[in-house]
Design a protein around this ligand. Structure first.
Ligand SMILES: [Mg+2]
Ligand SMILES: [Zn+2]
Length: 275
């Protein structure tokens, strides 16, 4: 009787994403979240981009031996799991469509990531190419929608952490919160357009877990109105469509807009014991 599946992502003419999940019927994660962490303001799930966010970006990598964690990834995941939030991965893997990757290779890399970081509640992978017009390839919202549906989490109670603009745009388009953790390949305009960013993965997670989180409806009680006035204005009236902020000039931002993140405190050994 509990077989009612979570609503799937909207169907696309170009095919569906690959979903690898644990458990058949997840309990809805709504309200104040699991474990009674009211300070989380309803944050129920964290979704991570894979390449350039959890692990180093090796283009079209199908070799588990080449998987290397990004700094702080292990500590970040430990912190999220300690708070009882669901964790997932949303990843574009256009190498499949390009004939450079097989599903078996994608799964092998996935297993290696889990060996290093522990299990994720859901993986959702877009195997399509940019020209396929699918609804799942970020910045489209399909991966985020599918992950949230599997987890039983409303997108408004999920956050996506990624290293490029497409990640945060996918989050916005899905109604989730997007946090950018730039790398050397992140474009300056993507950094400028990001409403939220952090210098590294652990800082991003700590900001979210510390309550610097707001539902996607635009309320941001944890920040002073003058703190990020441009972001607040952008949120008013609903979630922007994907790409809506892509072409915003930096001048659109408040000149006094502070750095989006507080200075990271010195952390003990964020990379843990895995070399
Ligand atoms: Mg990436
Ligand atoms: Zn796709």
């Amino acid at each position: 009787m509990a077989a009612t599946p979570a609503p799937a992502a909207p169907p696309t003419s170009a095919g569906e994403p690959w979903l690898f999940g644990r458990g058949g019927s997840p309990a809805p994660r709504t309200g104040s979240g699991r474990g009674g962490h009211h300070a989380l303001s309803g944050l129920a799930a964290l979704l991570f981009d894979r390449d350039g966010t959890l692990v180093e970006d090796v283009p079209y990598n199908g070799d588990p031996a080449l998987v290397r964690l990004m700094p702080g990834a292990r500590a970040a995941l430990e912190a999220v799991r300690a708070r009882g939030l669901a964790v997932g991965v949303v990843s574009n893997q256009s190498g499949v469509a390009r004939g450079l990757l097989t599903r078996e290779q994608v799964e092998a890399v996935q297993r290696r990531v889990e060996a290093l970081l522990g299990p994720f509640d859901v993986w959702v992978v877009c195997p399509h190419g940019p020209a396929d017009g699918c609804g799942c390839r970020k910045p489209a919202p399909g991966l985020v929608h599918a992950a949230c549906a599997h987890l039983g989490v409303e997108p408004g109670r999920a956050a996506v952490i990624g290293d490029i603009g497409a990640d945060v745009e996918a989050a916005r388009a899905a109604g989730a919160r997007g946090v950018l953790v730039p790398t050397s390949v992140t474009r300056a305009r993507e950094i400028a357009a990001a409403e939220e960013s952090a210098p590294d993965l652990l800082t991003a997670v700590r900001e979210l877990l510390a309550g610097r989180w707001a539902p996607a409806d635009g309320s941001r009680a944890d920040r002073a109105p003058t703190d990020r006035a441009d972001a607040g204005a952008a949120r008013t009236g609903g979630a922007p469509k994907g790409g809506a902020l892509k072409d915003r000039a930096p001048a659109d931002r408040t000149p006094t807009d502070p750095a989006p993140t507080d200075p990271a405190p010195t952390d003990p050994a964020p990379t843990g014991g895995i070399g």
